[in-house]
Write a protein that binds this ligand. Structure first.
Ligand code: ZN
Ligand code: ZN
Ligand code: FE
Length: 761
């Protein structure tokens, strides 16, 4: 008996070879019908005998492509239309999008094999791609996902490519990004004045030679520009640092293969799995110290990655040294992704340009992940991860836009049960990054075809995002709500874990600074989370940031402020290395600032306390980039050191005076003192957790990028029977704030019916 079924599949199903897989299975069973992409996902109407249909449904789970993530699958019987054949149909456009564009994918094993196979027609072709690899999110002009709605529409398929594209047996059947040397994008190598020196494969050879000689090359990659320079040559690195105006911020390094990688850094199988995955992030791992120290001054780690595109692969194949591959941008500006902008803005930095003519539609920085003893910490979620949504258990009634904080900004869209977090958009301190933020929001709203109904921001009145949200809400006449910064940090973690806080959770939000409900700067918080409310249970004893923002960069000021709290004016007579860096006049001015509180806001930030200790110990006196002092202190951590310093908990406040006294009295070396200090922080967390007595503990905030600290906290809390939640997907730093804000909007709805008390924000 003949039967017809209607199959609807939504989720990450477009751009992964889903339709071809369905086609191959259906065709092997002689089914007839139509398979298509719609804005709802993949849809198929298939007809055949009941036995064949049954067989199809049985085999279906086995043919789902590995990159696909299915959110929902509906199968229902429908009436027969008596199709004569089986076809993949052109997509229908739709209004609201229920299908998620796929993130950009690193080169797959099959394409890599073909790339180096002299008999293959794509031998050494830098734009080889297939259904499992190549550009996705960065090259989509609109949705649904079809070749015609990507930048590949500018390259018409040659007969050979067309044949592959149309034959169900081929692994490039309906692979949208495919191309070949005859019909696809090409490379060119240019000098700093923009004059073309060579093209095609010769461009790669010339580029390799230039790098060999120590030149700086701006390379147009998959999702934006990189600046490359050889990583084993001190002069070249210093030259790039100077030209980029980058004082001490570390550079990431790309290695040609695993064996080269193993020479320079410590990696295990799990790390390699991640580095080789289709996400291909930068992974921060322990360095063996064989490369110039200026790459990561004062740190024992290095950000490393493997060539993730055929272009990078071909280039690194021609050189025998690792290369620095850092974001191609001007300090304080967004990542460059267009040829003209690169040629004009990077001409003062790069000696040469390696360009190609496949346009990039939206820029994405490389993602960054940090290794720790028990897993990986997400630091920057961008290429390879974005825009994969976090799928929530509950559905939001409205489309929510959450705009994040000020540093490491991302925004998030909440559409139904999908939390879509944007790529990393940097610090919104300059006109350029602010315009970029607006531009990318507009891009997402257009791509997903949604209209914002609710906007969520931070509480901080001076954040660009807060002011922008206010203006945008006013313009559209939609409500704007504000969520406290550290509460948002905790909620980001709960969103990631799919937890609706029906039971109380203790959020440990240790951070830089965020605007508190009392108008002071918070950052060492123990928050009780329940329903859509939170309560500040414990926090760090506050101190002053002498000179406000200036103290965040000049960390001597924080150290001094802490010492004033303990010793008042007396400390002027102490013999501490960092005091020698300040003149008597400066000391007097800062003392008066502390005493009067002039331009010296109060904070309870643990991030700033760590900065103070880093300066007190003479490890780092300045944050030339965010987190520098803390990272240098972290680099001294010794796992074998079990000691710690005393602390005091009184009236819901953690007093650090005994800790600082212990630190000053300790005559041990820097390693011991740095380790004991971090151990103390871990013990503070445990002591408070024991007092509070709530089983579920959420560890969040920028301080949770400190690998040994998170390891220690996890160990000691678990040993004591606590359930510990730790970030794995969404960064614990401010890159996760927008996700937490959006999640608040969902909780607000969720608890609206049961909850009478509503907080004042
Ligand atoms: Zn491939
Ligand atoms: Zn072709
Ligand atoms: Fe924060």
């Amino acid at each position: 008996m003949k039967k017809a079924i209607n199959l609807r599949i939504s989720g990450l199903v477009q751009g992964v070879g889903f339709r071809p897989s369905l086609y191959r299975l259906a065709s092997s069973l002689h089914l007839k019908g139509r398979i298509s992409n719609t804005s709802e996902g993949v849809i198929a109407v298939l007809e055949g005998s009941s036995r064949e249909i049954e067989e199809f449904l049985k085999c279906l789970p086995k043919v789902i492509p590995p990159q696909a993530k299915i959110h929902a699958m509906e199968i229902e019987e429908c009436s027969l239309q008596n199709f004569r054949d089986l076809k993949i149909e052109k997509s229908e456009g739709g209004e609201k999008l229920n299908v998620d564009p796929l993130p950009d994918l690193a080169i797959c094993r099959d394409c890599e094999r073909e790339l180096f196979d002299p008999t293959n027609r794509r031998f050494l072709y830098p734009f080889i791609a297939c259904t499992s690899c190549g550009p996705r999110f960065s090259y989509i002009l609109k949705l649904p996902y079809e070749r015609e709605s990507t930048v590949m529409k500018y390259f018409s398929l040659c007969p050979d490519c067309e044949k592959e594209y149309n034959s169900p047996e081929d692994r490039r059947f309906h692979a949208e990004p495919i191309a070949c040397p005859r019909c696809g994008p090409t490379l060119s190598f240019l000098d700093h004045l923009g004059r073309v020196l060579s093209e095609r494969y010769k461009a790669i050879l010339d580029c390799a030679q230039a790098l060999q000689k120590g030149a700086i090359v701006a390379l147009k990659g998959l999702t934006g520009f990189h600046l490359l320079v050889r990583a084993d040559n001190l002069d070249s690195i210093v030259r790039l640092k100077e030209k980029k105006g980058r004082k001490r911020k570390p550079f990431a390094v790309m290695f040609k293969d695993e064996s080269q990688l193993r020479e320079y850094v410590e990696v295990n199988e799990e790390d390699l799995l991640l580095l080789r995955s289709e996400k291909a992030p930068i992974l921060i791992v322990r360095s063996k110290g064989k490369l110039p120290e200026v790459l990561a001054e004062g740190l024992n780690c290095l950000g490393v990655f493997l060539p993730y595109t055929p272009l990078h692969r071909l280039l690194l194949d021609k050189i025998d040294f690792p290369v620095v591959a850092t974001s191609g941008n001007i300090a304080g500006e967004p990542l460059i992704f267009e040829d003209n902008e690169a040629l004009s803005k990077l001409s003062g930095i790069a000696d040469f340009f390696l360009l190609h003519n496949r346009p990039i539609v939206r820029p994405l920085d490389d993602s960054v992940i940090k290794k720790r003893k028990y897993g990986h910490i997400p630091i920057r979620r961008s290429r390879g991860y974005v825009p994969s949504p976090i799928v929530l258990k509950k559905t939001s009634g409205k489309c929510v836009l959450a705009v994040g904080a000020q540093e490491r900004t991302t925004f998030s869209l909440l559409i139904d049960n999908r939390l879509i977090i944007s790529q990393h958009l940097g610090d919104l301190d300059t006109f350029e990054t602010q315009r970029n933020f607006e531009r990318i929001i507009k891009d997402y709203l257009q791509l997903y075809g949604v209209a914002v109904e609710l906007i969520v921001s931070d509480l901080h009145p001076d954040y660009f995002t807060t002011k922008w949200a206010k203006g945008y809400a006013h313009k559209l006449g939609i409500p704007h709500i504000q969520v406290q910064h550290h509460y948002a940090h905790v909620l980001a973690l709960l969103a990631e874990k799919g937890i609706i806080p029906e039971r109380p959770i203790l959020g440990i939000a240790w951070d830089g600074t965020g605007f508190g409900l009392d108008g002071t700067l918070w950052g060492g918080e123990f928050l009780l989370i329940k329903g859509r409310n939170f309560e500040r249970l414990y926090s760090l004893r506050p101190f002053r940031l002498l000179g406000g923002e200036r103290a965040i960069k000049d960390t001597k000021r924080v150290a001094l402020s802490i010492l004033f709290e303990i010793f008042s004016e007396e400390i002027k007579h102490f013999d501490l290395p960092f005091l020698r860096k300040l003149s008597d006049k400066e000391l007097n001015i800062l003392f008066h600032m502390w005493k009067s509180g002039l331009n010296s806001p109060i904070t309870s930030s643990i991030g700033r306390l760590i900065d103070a200790v880093s300066a007190l110990l003479g490890i780092s006196y300045e944050n030339s980039y965010s987190g520098e002092s803390a990272m240098k202190l972290e680099a001294l951590y010794d796992e074998k050191e079990l000691g710690s310093y005393p602390f005091e908990i009184k009236d819901h406040t953690i007093n650090w005076t005994p800790t600082i006294l212990g630190l000053l009295e300790d005559r041990g070396d820097l390693k011991r003192r740095a380790s004991r200090f971090l151990n103390t922080l871990s013990e503070i967390a445990l002591a408070v957790a024991q007092r509070v007595g709530i089983t579920d503990i959420a560890l969040t905030g920028g301080v949770m990028m400190n690998a040994p600290l998170v390891d220690r906290m996890e160990e000691s809390l678990k040993r004591d029977g606590f359930q510990v939640l730790i970030h794995r997907e969404i960064p614990p730093n401010d890159g996760g704030i927008s996700a937490g804000q959006a999640y608040f909007a969902l909780l607000m709805d969720e608890f609206a019916r049961t909850d009478i008390y509503s907080p004042s924000f």
